[in-house]
Design a protein around this ligand. Structure first.
Ligand SMILES: *Cc1c(COP(=O)(O)O)cnc(C)c1O
Length: 450
């Protein structure tokens, strides 16, 4: 038995993997990884895989990055963890100062959580609680966009709208108001992204006009609905939404968990709309893909609504055991330093242009409806019928064929349904992008053959 197989057997005897029908592994091998280096993942049998999905969108400076490694090691020798209630430490203070300095001006407070989903829970609870503290307990509903994704814990799932993950648990979820997404895949062929996104705002305007008195917040994924198939929209929607939220006295929550830290072409997606949300949720790339951590940032007005004598019972009594973990903070500080030192925004512009060039011909493929891109995310939508955009029946699992072809050809491409995408670490080279493009092309040929 190969080493890969031996590890796989041991794994399958005791593990239960995320987002997986475990029975699939009767015919699809599980890939045990021995080590990572830069964009490459190496298994136990000497194969390697180019991590085109940044290991679920978290890794931006490559695996086992020497600079981040050293910073985490240094931190490990002085303090691994300390309770953040009543205590503090250097890395969490420095990280918070940095985050406040690099995000839009109104965001002046950092509240930490352990992962993206719990960060969404923090934002939802804080928003509701703000209105409660402000004498408006009736503002307790949330408005969300169709096809959005905000995580898997129950409240995060409730404000999301990807039915594959949500439908089963519907009986457990709070009710939300769902508004049609500005998703530009559905624009008329003569429409620009901007025209479509602007036109779709009427639905949001109408909903807020009708419900604002009972609405605490609107939650959106700015510019890219990642888990919903890398669907994209124009920043004008965020600008209109900010104006409407101000007009109707409703909070705006930006979930930049997947798109923060340079992914969309700016450091934060909200910059492209020239706005600041009331709550900014960050995670994933925050620690460079090293350690689980998330931060919910907010403004002083919200912070002040909780600030009072203890007996007033207005405090935000929410916590997680590993809140502000020093090792994660050290990884995050190192990551932020690399973002500045490597001039990531400029460097990514060239890489993004190369991704566009390397995949330009995909649009002509008879089974490709659209090639779309925002910054360092490029997505290719496979369809059964190019003219009508009729999708492939989900049961056919076309994307998995691309995935399997990738694994045989040094590429970790993990499609979302029939959407093949590149969301690579920023340390990828133009040659490596070319490799991904050629493997994806062959994979799409194979996947759409019959
Ligand atoms: C991944 C993701 C989350 C959830 O984060 P987890 O750390 O997986 O809980 C929430 N929102 C968006 C937009 C995400 O991509």
């Amino acid at each position: 038995m190969s080493l890969n197989d031996q590890w796989m057997q041991r794994d399958l005897a005791v593990l239960w993997h995320p987002c997986t029908q475990m029975k699939d592994h009767e015919h699809m091998p599980l890939i045990p990884i021995q080590r990572g280096e830069g964009v490459w993942l190496h298994d136990f049998d000497g194969n390697r895989y180019l991590d085109a999905v940044s290991s679920w969108w978290v890794n931006i400076f490559g695996h086992a990055n020497p600079f981040i490694n050293q910073r985490v090691k240094d931190q490990l020798d002085s303090l691994e963890h300390v309770i953040l209630g009543g205590f503090s430490h250097q890395p969490v203070i420095e990280l918070s100062e940095k985050l406040v300095a690099m995000t839009p001006a109104p965001l002046t407070r950092c509240f930490y959580a352990d992962n993206g989903s719990s960060c969404i829970e923090v934002a939802l609870k804080m928003s509701f609680h703000y209105w409660l503290n402000s004498g408006k307990p009736q503002k307790k509903r949330f408005v969300t966009l169709s096809n959005s994704y905000h995580g898997e814990t129950l409240a995060a799932l409730a404000v999301g709208d990807v039915s594959l993950y949500k439908e089963t648990y519907q009986p457990l979820l709070m009710e939300v108001i769902t508004v049609p997404s500005p998703d530009c895949y559905y624009r008329e062929s003569v429409q620009s992204w901007e025209e479509h996104s602007r036109a779709m705002f009427v639905h949001m305007e109408r909903t807020l006009a009708e419900h604002h008195e009972e609405v605490a917040a609107v939650i959106v994924e700015p510019l890219i609905q990642c888990a919903g198939g890398m669907r994209m929209y124009h920043p004008v929607y965020l600008k209109l939404l900010r104006e409407a939220c101000d007009r109707y006295d409703v909070h705006l929550i930006h979930d930049e968990i997947a798109v923060g830290f340079g992914r969309t072409g700016t450091l934060f997606a909200c910059e492209q709309a020239g706005i600041a949300p009331d709550f900014l949720c960050l995670s994933k790339a925050l620690t460079g893909g090293y350690l689980p951590m998330a931060v919910c940032m907010t403004n002083d007005r919200i912070y002040q609504a909780f600030y009072d004598d203890y007996e007033s019972m207005r405090a935000f009594l929410h916590s997680h055991s590993y809140t502000g973990n020093p090792l994660a903070c050290a990884a995050a500080l190192a990551t932020l330093e690399l973002i500045e030192k490597n001039q990531v925004i400029e460097a990514n512009r060239a890489l993004a242009a190369h991704m566009a060039k390397a995949t330009a011909h995909f649009a002509e493929h008879p089974q490709v409806a659209e090639v779309r891109q925002t910054g360092m995310v490029l997505a290719i939508e496979m369809v059964k019928d190019k003219a009508t955009r009729e999708p492939y029946p989900w049961q056919e699992r076309r994307g998995i064929r691309v995935y399997q072809h990738g694994l045989k050809n040094q590429a970790l491409l993990r499609p979302l349904g029939s959407v093949v995408y590149f969301m690579p670490p920023y340390v990828i080279t133009p040659e490596q992008i070319d490799h991904l493009a050629s493997v994806a092309w062959e994979g799409i040929q194979l996947a759409t053959r019959d």
